[in-house]
Design a protein around this ligand. Structure first.
Ligand SMILES: [Mg+2]
Length: 221
């Protein structure tokens, strides 16, 4: 095995899940015009957390309906195998999302408990009147970030300072700073393009089987 202890840090939307939850919401309950906050974010007019709240606050369905919809979030079918391998090898897993714990815990909360995964994300509250609102952690939180609520990069830095070889998996803009910091990067979509542009080495990443295989190779399993 490699000489260092290893930690796996993963994004949720579009990485563990197959599609960003805000895209699912827009396609099912809203219209394309609901994407305006996202375009404002891309033009740097508002923060990432303001953009997501701007989209999610347009949902006005009964909570039971939203919960049923959250249960339909598709998860990478190899994700659970990766968790099993990490558990066997004693590799800690961190799920770090600039979305919200609200739908992550409802979708895979039991898995997070079963595998002792640390979830670092924004809180969320839902009401039919106000929609789903993201709540950033307190500014004193060690992972606080003004733009995304939580900083994935600060988590990767902390793990590196503790001597971990850090493996990062992600797909979007909020993953870029952590991808620059991590020791090994699994990137898809926008993150893959950003990494290519900046000359950051990435590993093949079609699904979590690639991550399982990589970790297996590190430990000669
Ligand atoms: Mg993502």
């Amino acid at each position: 095995m490699n000489c260092k202890k290893t930690a796996l840090i993963s994004d949720f939307d579009g990485t563990i899940s197959k599609k960003d939850f805000f895209h699912m919401v827009i396609e099912t309950f809203l219209s394309e015009s609901a994407l305006k906050p996202w375009h404002d974010y891309l033009q740097k007019k508002i923060t990432h957390i303001e953009a997501l709240t701007g989209i999610f606050s347009q949902i006005h369905i009964p909570q039971e309906e939203l919960d049923k919809f959250i249960a339909t979030i598709e998860v990478d079918e190899y994700f659970y195998d990766t968790l099993e391998i990490c558990k066997k090898l004693g590799v800690p897993v961190y799920l770090c999302s600039a979305g919200t714990k609200y739908y992550i815990e409802k979708r895979i909360g039991q898995t997070l408990k079963d595998y002792n995964i640390s979830l670092i994300s924004n809180d969320g509250v839902y009401s039919q009147k106000d929609g789903l609102r993201l709540i950033a952690p307190d500014k004193t939180n060690p992972f606080y970030n003004h733009n995304t609520g939580i900083s994935k990069e600060l988590l990767v830095k902390k793990l590196k300072s503790e001597g971990y070889f850090t493996i990062y998996a992600g797909d979007g803009i909020p993953d870029f700073s952590s991808a620059k910091t991590a020791d090994a990067v699994f990137a898809k979509d926008v993150l893959l393009e950003l990494c290519r542009k900046e000359g950051i080495k990435t590993e093949k990443f079609d699904n979590f089987k690639d991550i399982s295989d990589y970790i297996g190779r590190l430990y000669d399993k």
